[in-house]
Design a protein around this ligand. Structure first.
Ligand code: ADP
Ligand code: MG
Length: 366
């Protein structure tokens, strides 16, 4: 069995690493000869929109998947439905924040208030019903908080429009959430769904900084609401593979922010903290294997290394810390690795996390 992965970043790298013990080989397609997944996978070096290269990847693979959602759809049209998993429709739905939010609403999943924005007049009109603060976002290509402008004052409307205008936009109400949560599911070829425990996520400047799994203090009602939401999205898209749904916990209700049609940073804890990781479950799902156990073995924290790699000697000296470095050159705001820490209780985890946070902070650049 061979898998082709469009994209050779850290998600491709961790997918390939999960495939190895199953005896499955991966080839990644990426324009960068030195992409970090190429350490552990074969490489087709090409631009993402090169149809001939995508066809070559497919000819060397039994199934093709992708590790980031801003893949060029046109280039993937060349692949047969059974070859590309998750399916193209799922990718298309996730690429456009407006389509995505309309999909959520059609499934009865609550979202922040939103409006499509194509002109400064539309923006001025939408501000009134949506209210301030509001977030103006590009509908496409955003990630790690890029392509967003938080409007806190009417005087900022022109600035927001001039910094993002020119491409289709969406305006969202700014949600005064208590915290952010994420739920990750895997759906098999025969429609079975397994779900990981809810993860609590903390973002700094729009980038995931830390996560804790299982999220503490979530009611059974919220857990079933999150399960229902992620399962509805997966079923309606006839999804195969791992997907993540990002949620705002508003205390009395959950609002869906966005979904990612791929393995997700909020699921990295699962390599060390779950019986079967999100990466292995993605490999299992797309290759038609039975899905693995999503149980969280112990409360597990994940901390991203952003913009700088902490000295390995220091990380390695911290008891029970698991280190995952991606061999990427540090740049401000760039994810270059993550670490995980597990403990017997959330309280013990909270105590143990402090020195790790300090160590990571020294080298972080946001
Ligand atoms: N409507 C909103 N209200 C409050 N915070 C928001 C809203 N939209 C985004 N954010 C904050 O910005 C982060 C990144 O935005 P998101 O829409 O998830 O885009 P990305 O694709 O960059 O992850 C979110 O995790 C959240 O912290
Ligand atoms: Mg997000």
């Amino acid at each position: 069995m061979r898998i082709g992965i469009v994209g050779g970043g850290q998600l491709g790298r961790m997918l390939a690493l999960a495939a190895h013990p199953l005896g499955i080989r991966c080839t990644v397609l990426d324009p960068r000869a030195n992409c970090c997944a190429s350490d552990v996978a074969g490489l087709v070096q090409s631009e993402f929109d090169d149809v001939a290269a995508i066809e070559r990847l497919a000819s060397e693979s039994d199934v093709v998947t992708f590790e980031f959602e801003n893949v060029h759809l046109d280039a993937l049209h060349t692949l047969k439905d059974s070859t590309l998993l998750p399916p193209l429709d799922a990718l298309a739905a996730a690429q456009d924040r407006l389509t995505e939010k309309r999909l959520f609403r059609s499934l009865g999943i609550a979202t922040p208030e939103f409006a499509a924005i194509d002109s400064i007049d539309a923006l001025k009109d939408a501000i009134e019903p949506i209210g301030i603060p509001a977030v103006l976002k590009t509908r496409r290509m955003g990630y790690d908080g890029k392509g967003q402008f938080v409007i806190r004052d009417h005087a900022q409307i022109a600035d927001a429009w001039s910094s993002l205008g020119g491409v289709p936009l969406i305006l969202e109400g700014f949600v005064p959430f208590q915290r952010e949560l994420s739920i990750i599911a895997a759906r098999s070829r025969d429609g079975r769904i397994v779900v990981y425990p809810l993860t609590q996520t903390t973002h700094i400047d729009g980038i995931l900084a830390e996560s804790i799994t299982p999220a503490a203090g979530v009611s059974d009602a919220m857990i079933s609401e999150a399960h229902r939401a992620v399962s509805a999205v997966a079923d309606t898209l006839n999804y195969v593979g791992v997907l993540a749904l990002e949620l705002f916990d508003c205390g009395d209700r959950l609002l869906a922010n966005e979904f990612a049609p791929r393995v997700h940073n909020s699921g990295h804890w699962s390599i060390d903290g779950a019986a079967c990781s999100q990466f292995e479950n993605h490999i299992r799902a797309i290759t038609g294997l039975p899905l693995g156990n999503t149980a969280c073995l112990r409360p597990t924290a994940m901390l991203n290394c952003i913009g700088g790699v902490p000295p390995l000697e220091e990380l390695a000296a911290i008891p029970n810390l698991r280190v995952h470095l991606y061999r990427k050159n540090p740049r401000p705001g760039r994810k270059v690795g993550h670490v995980t820490l597990s403990a017997d209780s959330h309280e013990a985890l909270e105590r143990a996390i402090h020195p790790v946070r300090e160590c990571i902070k020294q080298s972080a650049q946001h």
